[in-house]
Design a binder for this molecule. Structure first.
Ligand code: THU
Length: 300
């Protein structure tokens, strides 16, 4: 039982740690499925190589995040747990397990997605490996029903390892706020502010301050990020990061109240100054006794 990690690109320093982590992910996936003596290869590659593979094997000339190449075929609608004979037949005495195939991960895309979702690269690699593991065990996501069954299995397996959606990557979110800060329009104060909201569904939304010749018409970075989230259908937030260019960008009173509309009092607020790090507070610390939608009988 296990995985074999192969590097098509230069090995990072923590390659051994990563192999152990992805080995644990694979083991959790097999356990969730109820499969013994199985394994697969995880090949880490880049944008260019995965694009070539995607073109050559599926006729799709595009880079993607992960590709799965099963060696054991399962009848449509059946997954590995219902085909023990097939797995026994494919047992590889040299490896000591049944080789289910190859999972190919694009490290460029994994990095990008980790930043977008506001979590660590290790977490993103765990997700991609689990997703591929279930493909190799006969799962697919062609229909909504299949998709939700596959998602349930991924969550079951990753949840065993404590890898849940609740773990927030503060560094990643703060980095996104720093990126947003570069877009600030602040000719009057010259104080650039960036913000990034992490929505409950894992999406992130950036915002920056934009000022006005009539000073009071200025919109802060936080409310810009909130607007960006709302117009994209996100109304529950898990965290926000805020950064100021020359000083810590403590959110103003109006922004604290606006955030409270869509977030609980225990939501972390990551706040800092560019190049100087950050501190983490809860929204309740910044806005005790805030007025909430529930106070007015509204549920979001
Ligand atoms: N500002 C924000 O965007 N967010 C904060 O948390 C504090 C203040 C902006 C508004 C204005 O453009 C500039 O910073 C100076 O107040």
């Amino acid at each position: 039982m296990g995985i074999e990690l192969q590097w098509d690109i230069p090995e990072p320093e923590d390659a051994k740690g990563l192999e152990a982590l992805l080995g644990d992910v694979a083991a959790a996936c097999f356990e969730a499925e109820g499969v013994e003596n199985a394994g697969f290869a995880v090949r880490v590659t880049d944008d260019q190589a995965i694009r070539r593979m995607n073109r050559e094997t599926r006729g799709i000339d595009r880079a993607t995040d992960v590709l799965s190449f099963p060696t054991v075929q399962f009848p449509r609608g059946k997954t590995a747990r219902r085909c023990p004979k097939r797995l026994r037949r494919e047992y590889d005495p040299y490896l000591g397990y049944c080789n289910l195939g190859d999972c190919v991960i694009n490290l460029n895309r994994a990095r990008q997605q980790a930043a977008e979702y506001g979590h660590s690269l290790r977490r993103e690699l765990s997700y991609l490996t689990a997703h591929s593991a279930f493909h190799l065990m006969g799962y697919d996501h062609m229909t909504e029903e299949e998709k939700s069954a596959m998602r349930d299995m991924e969550e079951k397996a990753l949840g065993k390892l404590g890898i849940t959606r609740e773990d927030i990557d503060f560094d990643g979110l703060f980095q996104l706020a720093c990126e947003a800060m570069q877009m600030a329009y602040c000719p009057y104060s010259k104080f650039q502010v960036g913000a990034c909201v992490l929505a409950e569904d894992g999406r992130t939304f950036k915002g920056c301050n934009f000022e006005n010749a009539s000073y009071g018409a200025t919109i802060c970075a936080e409310r810009c990020a909130v607007g960006n989230a709302v117009v994209n259908g996100a109304r529950r937030f898990k965290a926000i990061a805020i950064v100021g260019s020359t000083a810590v960008a403590w959110p103003c009173g109006i922004c604290r109240q606006v955030l409270r509309e869509f977030s609980s009092a225990d939501m972390p607020v990551i706040v800092g100054a560019y190049g100087k790090g950050y501190v983490v507070k809860t929204l309740g610390e910044l806005l005790p006794e805030g007025l909430t939608p529930e106070d007015l009988g509204v549920t979001i």
